[in-house]
Design a protein around this ligand. Structure first.
Ligand code: MF3
Ligand code: CO
Length: 274
C-alpha cells in the first residue's frame, strides 16, 4: 500500500495530542463494550461511540473517510473489519469486533477490540485471546527492536504458539503509521517476511492491528464495498492499539494505562511522556 514515502516523525507535543485522541478512543470503546449485548443493534453501538467522542470535544475519524458512513466499524462473526453499523441485532455467542478512531486538534488515535457475547463458544474466546496476545507481543517487540519487521515476527510467533486448531493470519489488511492522518506509511505487517523492514525511529507512531481467523485467512469485500469477510466463513477477531515510539521508549496511546500492565508482563517498562 505504501512505498517509500516519508515517515512523519512526531514531536513530543504532537504525541501528547495523539494521547488525548487515544484516550477518547479508549473511552468510546469502553462504552461500546459495556453496551454490547444480545438484542442491541450495531447502529446502537455506533451511537454510543459517537456520543462519547462528541462529548469529549473530539471528531470521529472514520465518518466520511473515503465516504465511510459511520463513527465506528462493527464486524460480526465472519466479518473481519470495516463492518458498517446497521439495524443488525447482536445475538448470543456473536464475535463482535469494534474499531474506533478519533481526532483531537488534527491528531489521530485508532484502536479496536473484539468481544464474544455469552454464551461464548470457547473456540471464539480463544481466537480473541490469541489475537489480543499477538497484538501485545507485536507492540512489546517495538520496544527492543531496531526494525519494523519485529512486529510481524512477534505476531506470527504468538499465533504459532497458540494451542488448538490452526488459525489464519489475515494478510490482505495490515497496520499502519498514524499521526496527522489516520493512515500513513509505513505498513505494519502481521507476518514474517524476508525484509526486516524499515528502521524504527523516535517519533514514529504506529497502529498495530492483527486480524486472525479460525480458518483460512483469505478475505473478500461485500457488495456494500466496505465489509470484509472471510472467504471460508470462519470467524475472525481484530485487536488494535496506537503506539508511540519516542526517545524514552514506547507508549500505548489508546490504552488507558499506556500499556503498562501488558508490557510489564512482557518485560517492557512503558514510557509515558506525561
Ligand atoms: N480503523 C481502521 C484501521 O485500523 C480503518 C477504518 S476504515 C474507515 O485501519 F473507513 F472506517 F475509517
Ligand atoms: Co488502524
Amino acid at each position: 500500500m505504501f512505498g517509500r514515502e516519508r515517515i512523519e516523525l512526531k514531536t513530543p507535543d504532537q504525541v501528547l495530542l495523539m494521547r488525548r485522541a487515544g484516550l477518547v478512543v479508549a473511552d468510546a470503546l469502553a462504552a461500546t463494550r459495556a453496551a454490547a449485548r444480545p438484542g442491541v443493534t450495531t447502529a446502537d453501538l455506533d451511537a454510543v461511540a459517537a456520543r462519547v467522542i462528541e462529548d469529549a470535544g473530539a471528531t470521529p475519524s472514520f465518518l466520511g473517510y473515503e465516504g465511510y458512513p459511520a463513527t465506528i466499524c462493527v464486524s460480526v462473526n465472519d466479518e473481519v473489519v470495516h463492518g458498517i453499523p446497521s439495524g443488525r441485532v447482536l445475538e448470543p455467542g456473536d464475535v463482535v469486533s469494534i474499531d474506533c478512531g478519533a481526532v483531537v486538534e488534527g491528531w489521530h488515535g485508532d484502536s479496536a477490540l473484539t468481544l464474544v457475547l455469552p454464551e461464548a463458544d470457547p473456540a471464539d474466546l480463544a481466537l480473541s485471546a490469541v489475537t489480543e496476545r499477538a497484538m501485545w507481543d507485536g507492540i512489546a517487540a517495538l520496544a527492543g527492536a531496531d526494525r519494523l519487521g519485529a512486529v510481524g515476527e512477534a505476531v506470527e510467533q504468538a499465533v504459532e504458539d497458540a494451542d488448538g486448531p490452526d488459525l489464519g493470519i489475515v494478510q490482505d489488511y495490515v497496520g499502519h503509521g498514524i499521526g496527522s492522518a489516520m493512515h500513513q506509511p509505513p505498513d505494519v505487517l502481521n507476518y514474517r517476511t524476508r525484509d526486516r523492514g524499515l528502521r524504527l525511529r523516535p517519533g514514529m507512531c504506529l497502529a498495530v492491528e492483527p486480524m486472525i481467523t479460525r480458518g483460512d485467512p483469505g478475505t473478500e469485500v461485500l457488495e456494500d464495498d466496505w465489509t470484509v469477510v472471510t472467504v471460508d466463513g470462519s470467524r475472525a477477531a481484530h485487536w488494535e492499539h496506537t503506539v508511540a515510539l519516542h526517545e524514552g521508549g514506547i507508549w500505548v496511546l489508546t490504552a488507558v494505562d499506556g500499556g503498562a500492565a501488558e508490557l510489564a508482563a512482557r518485560g517492557v517498562a512503558v514510557a509515558p511522556l506525561a
